[in-house]
Design a protein around this ligand. Structure first.
Ligand SMILES: NC(=O)C1=CN([C@@H]2O[C@H](COP(=O)(O)OP(=O)(O)OC[C@H]3O[C@@H](n4cnc5c(N)ncnc54)[C@H](O)[C@@H]3O)[C@@H](O)[C@H]2O)C=CC1
Ligand SMILES: NCC(=O)COP(=O)(O)O
Length: 335
């Protein structure tokens, strides 16, 4: 079977993205899974190789048909010409613009059907905004570029999958952003992705409450009764196995024990703290609801580690693995 063609963006040139890209692409297992095409910068990737002691042949190509997909070769569409000695951990407008160009090109390739999926390396949101792109991250850029209204951020590992109702917003805004519509959309998009991408025919989804003890019958907040319960009932009437709302403090224990296929969390850290306790090394961030497959690492640019050669690349390996599986499950292969 022909392996799916996957675009891998190098991420922020002065973060750990280039290093983990080189490490992941040196793993023969990646080539057994897919045909990876990197979008990034040749000089920076050479610097990353020097850090890690990896020796890959970087083959610069303008499109997939020029690539040689074999272990030992990193096929690169070069989209920037940055200095050969990166200022690790110190972003500027040029590095910020470069990393956004890698993402934009990857999205366009996926929309045009030139690749089966995209896997994105970590970017720094401050650097993204510094370079003139006013987004909270990849997710909002992907949604806008693909014209997607209903999208969901999911963090996924083999024990915990968590979808977020609200994403990058101040905690004080969260209660006002949680509406029955938003919860229903999160449930619908998550349910559909579990069936179509994760190949779980009848998934069960747990919903976390917003308040301590899921509100304690209204003593500690009424969002559960006023907003979450009606949203859950509506989802159930559509055939979605949505359960809860559950007290958030114990729910993740049960999810980790395998009781549910996924959990819907009300806000970023409610979901991501337990997720990263379990899956920091091998977790994957994936955007659901898009017309394209997008996975990413679950960590950031780690400027404190950049340039040292000590970054862990297992989350990127897991993201590539998931992209390849989802491409197969949705029959978006071969390309
Ligand atoms: N997929 C993406 O593009 C993501 C981007 N970010 C962005 O990255 C930037 C930095 O975010 P932080 O909150 O500092 O989180 P971070 O994940 O970059 O770093 C948190 C801690 O984990 C360590 N760490 C992270 N990745 C590691 C790896 N692969 N191997 C070993 N140690 C690792 C770092 O050294 C640091 O001590 C922010 O702008 C954030 O928004 C954060 C998460 C995901
Ligand atoms: N906490 C996840 C994260 O920050 C990733 O954001 P995005 O770049 O995937 O939108």
């Amino acid at each position: 079977m022909i392996q799916p063609l996957i675009a891998v963006t190098m991420g922020d040139p002065v973060g750990i993205g280039p290093e983990i890209t080189v490490k992941a692409l040196s793993d023969p297992a990646v080539h057994a899974l897919c045909r990876p095409l990197v979008l990034g910068d040749s000089s920076v990737l050479h610097s990353a190789m020097a850090l890690t002691g990896q020796h890959l042949h970087i083959r610069e190509v303008s499109c997939a048909s020029e690539a040689h997909f074999q272990p030992g070769t990193l096929n690169l569409i070069p989209l920037s010409s940055l200095p050969s000695s990166p200022a690790w951990g110190r972003p500027d407008r040029e590095t910020g613009q470069a990393m956004v160009h890698y993402i934009l090109r990857a999205i366009d390739m996926a929309l045009a059907g030139e690749v089966a999926a995209i896997v994105t390396g970590p970017i720094n949101k401050y650097a993204m905004n510094l370079s003139g792109y006013a987004y909270s991250g990849h997710t909002e850029l992907l949604a806008e570029r693909t014209g997607t209204r209903d999208y969901v951020m999911m963090l996924a590992g083999d024990r915990i999958r968590v979808s977020l109702v609200t994403i990058h917003t101040a905690l004080r805004n969260v209660p006002d952003l949680i509406t029955p519509e938003k919860i229903r959309t999160t449930l619908r998009v998550t349910h559909r992705a579990l069936v179509e991408r994760f190949a779980i025919p009848a998934p069960s989804i747990a919903v976390a409450g917003l308040n301590p003890h899921a509100g304690e019958s209204g003593m500690f907040g009424d969002e559960e009764e006023r907003i979450l319960q009606p949203a859950l009932e509506q989802a159930r009437s559509e055939g979605i196995d949505a359960q809860g709302p559950f007290p958030p403090d114990t729910l993740f224990y049960h999810v980790d024990q395998g009781r549910f296929d996924a959990v819907v969390a009300m806000y970023h850290d409610q979901g991501l703290i337990p997720f990263k306790m379990r899956h920091f090394e091998d977790g994957v961030n994936t955007t659901l609801g898009l017309p394209i497959i997008r996975t990413s690492v679950d960590h950031g640019t780690a400027y404190d580690l950049a340039g040292r050669g000590r970054a862990d690349h297992r989350s990127l390996l897991a993201a590539i693995h998931m992209a390849a599986i989802h491409a197969r499950n949705t029959m978006a292969v071969p390309l």
